[in-house]
Design a protein around this ligand. Structure first.
Ligand SMILES: N[C@@H](CCC[C@H](N)C(=O)O)C(=O)O
Length: 293
């Protein structure tokens, strides 16, 4: 039986999402339904779907509650092709804005909102440009997969970066080369990571550092969504990769320019090792009601 599903459209630096509320975990979010919602001509349109579900209502939420009993809400993120992703850096800021505006959560000035995800609990707080999320620990993957992309003149070595979801960052020659890549075609990685990867094409700034802040330009092809105007975890991976390539003395603060705007990335020491935080805007655009088949 078709049923009505209220939704909110949101975006962060142009990475756009369809958000739905399902507090008791009753919605069967099949890949077909996600694809229909994200379809830009026949549906609402989006790079992904975000379901707000109470952590206690789903099995995956149990780990979040064990880590942080105050993580009442779980961000269930799906890519536009219906696949499940571990994490979404732009999505978590938009999710926080959604919870607050729906009256589902409260964020006192100076406090943090813990949000359950498949990569653990992440604290979100207000920031100058919108929200900042502590995305936790990260790691560089071994190996240098070769990256081929349409209109990229040569295959270039990439650097695998795991920020909860998988990324491969590849530096290209200059802005002209960055713009010329045709990301309507899926970049080819060799060897191909089993679970796929988001691929970030970056141009480090010249100069790289201005007033202590590193600068990067980036385009991205997202696993499960294609080229997007922005990828938050991708910006984090890009900053980590460029800092790694720059070596000793490279900054811990980065400004990443993506087609949809600017994101801030900051690495900082925490009790369990270095964490990385992502800051940027998060907007809700419109509300509606979908008829779901
Ligand atoms: N756009 C997101 C990342 C969404 C998930 C990604 N496509 C994946 O499959 O890992 C972001 O802002 O981080």
């Amino acid at each position: 039986m078709p049923f009505d599903l209220p939704f909110t459209k949101g975006q962060g630096t142009g990475n756009d999402f369809v958000l739905v509320s399902d507090p008791d975990g009753e919605l069967d979010l099949t890949p077909e339904r996600v694809r229909a919602m994200c379809e830009r001509r026949f549906g609402v349109g989006g790079d992904g779907v975000i379901r707000a579900v109470r952590s206690r209502a789903i099995d995956e939420g149990a780990a979040a509650l064990a880590e942080e009993p105050d993580a009442e809400w779980f961000m269930d993120y799906r890519n536009a092709d219906g696949s499940i992703a571990e994490m979404c850096g732009n999505g978590i800021r938009v999710f926080a804005r959604y919870l607050l505006e729906q009256g589902l959560a409260v964020l006192e000035p100076g406090s943090t909102l813990p949000i359950g995800t498949r990569t653990g609990v992440h604290d979100v707080m207000a920031s100058a440009t919108g929200f900042q999320a502590d995305l936790g620990r990260w790691r560089l993957e071994g190996g240098e997969p070769l990256v081929r992309a349409k209109e990229l003149p040569v295959a270039r070595p990439g650097l695998g970066v795991d920020v909860g979801n998988p990324h491969v960052v590849v530096a290209v020659a200059d802005d002209e080369e960055l713009e010329s890549i045709d990301l309507s075609f899926v970049p080819v990685l060799e060897p191909a990571p089993e679970a796929g990867a988001n691929v970030e094409f970056v141009v480090p700034g010249e100069p790289l550092v201005v007033d202590g802040v590193g600068r990067i330009r980036m385009r991205v092809h997202e696993r499960g969504s294609g080229e997007t105007l922005s990828c938050g975890t991708g910006a984090v991976a890009a900053a980590l990769a460029v800092r790694h390539w720059a070596g000793e003395g490279a900054p811990n603060e980065w400004r990443v320019q993506v087609p949809g705007g600017i994101l801030g990335v900051r690495m900082f020491p925490a009790e369990d090792g270095e964490h990385v935080a992502l800051a940027g805007p998060a907007e809700l655009v419109f509300d509606g009601v979908l008829t779901v088949e």
